[in-house]
Design a protein around this ligand. Structure first.
Ligand SMILES: NC(=O)N[C@@H](O)C(=O)O
Ligand code: NI
Length: 161
């Protein structure tokens, strides 16, 4: 099976697909609450379009992937963005692509970093590692078709060291 390298997740590398949700990705940071906290402002924008669509907040509890990890499908959400933020410190994997025909890109998210998939971004479903992991998810809730799935012509194996 062809192997897909796994890159470090950075805002720059992920920019074609969406935003990284992590303090280091913030363009604007300011002190709030009388100096007792800092706001890492507008790391991403949640989008929900279409009749009856709203932005919702959910929790996903994901089982860890068995290794080796095969990438055989991608999906996209034409009516809304989708953000995943881990609620624990474990690393997790993000796989995105310009199209189901394009070579995907895989990223390792560490130290609590999350991502926001821009509306319509092709991505693999949630890939947790090591142990059952909880994620905060911000995406479109409401009626309508919001998930296109594609089976890849040939699967990829993630080249995790
Ligand atoms: N099914 C579901 O809500 N999750 C997927 O969209 C995903 O990207 O994990
Ligand atoms: Ni999704």
């Amino acid at each position: 099976m062809r192997r897909l390298p796994v890159e470090e997740l950075t805002p720059e590398a992920f920019a074609p697909f969406g935003e990284v949700i992590a303090p280091g990705a913030a363009r604007e940071v300011w002190s709030i609450n009388a100096g007792s906290a800092r706001r890492f402002h507008a790391l991403a924008r949640a989008e929900a379009v279409g009749e009856g669509g709203e932005v919702g907040i959910s929790l996903f509890r994901a089982e860890p992937c068995a290794l080796p990890i095969s990438i055989a499908m991608l999906e996209r959400h034409p009516l809304g963005s989708q953000a995943f933020v881990p609620l624990g410190p474990r690393p997790w994997l993000v796989v995105v692509a310009a199209s189901p025909e394009a070579t995907p890109r895989a990223f390792l998210a560490r130290e609590g970093a999350g991502v926001n998939y821009r509306r319509g971004t092709w991505h693999h479903t949630l890939l947790a590692l090591e142990a059952t992991s909880d994620f905060l998810v911000v995406d479109r809730i409401g009626p309508g078709h919001n998930c296109d799935e594609a089976t890849l012509a040939e699967p990829w194996e993630l080249a995790l060291d």
